[in-house]
Design a protein around this ligand. Sequence first.
Ligand code: 0L1
Ligand code: MG
Length: 262
Amino acid sequence: MKLDLDTIAALAEHLEGCELGAKDTPKITDEYPEMDWDDAYAIQNEIRRRKIARGQRIIGLKAGLTSHAKMKQMGVTTPVFGFMADSYAVPEGGECRMAELIHPKVEPEIAFVTRAPLRGPGCHIGAVLAATDFVLPGIEVIDSRYRDFKFDLKSVVADNTSASRFVVGGLPRPAAEVDLRTVGIVLEKNGEPVAFGAGAAVLGHPAAAIAMLANHLGARGEEIPAGTLILSGGITEAVAVKAGDSVTLRVQGMGSVGLRFA
Ligand code: 0L1
Ligand code: MG
């Protein structure tokens, strides 16, 4: 690690302050170009620790930048991993308050819920499917704290991978009953289709993103516990939203889920 503990704590406080105050900031590597991956995840972990210390619960995990569309949109080449706090959860059909956000975008995703722990190294699609209780449609609302969504990967990891809000719902299905590679999705904004795709856009199979997460955690001596909700990453590019928009994700054979921005 290149940063000392005081700097990590200060950067976590700064980034979480931007999240809670809906204020943007230049990317933190402008000031700390020497920051490494361990520093980036240490800052994210400190944000997580701060939330837990205030009584929040961590209710899920996420993989981000798992599709070529997203990687191209953001000019990066590697997936990243983050967490979902209870304050991020929006009820199905519920409302996101724009006043609490900076410049939100929505991503159509397949969410997994595990029934057995997953631990890397060596975790693979087969192990993920065997450990999955069900899959269901999910919309992630990302809201980078970095000005104009301009960042590098280490800055975005520190910023909990832009995690902000999410909704899951629709018709949960056992993973064995769905071909997650060919399952089709349509993302609608205000009733108009705005993005289309299929599950294979996520690393060839959305379960591959969950396996990467298990392997990432395994390298740190951690695992994905049983009963974890995990967002596997945007199938398409992220779509910008504004107050008054309503967004619906339709997933083939899995119903639909939606939320509104006010
Ligand atoms: O969930 C995601 O794919 C977002 C990862 C962070 C990059 C971004 O803000 O687009
Ligand atoms: Mg996402």
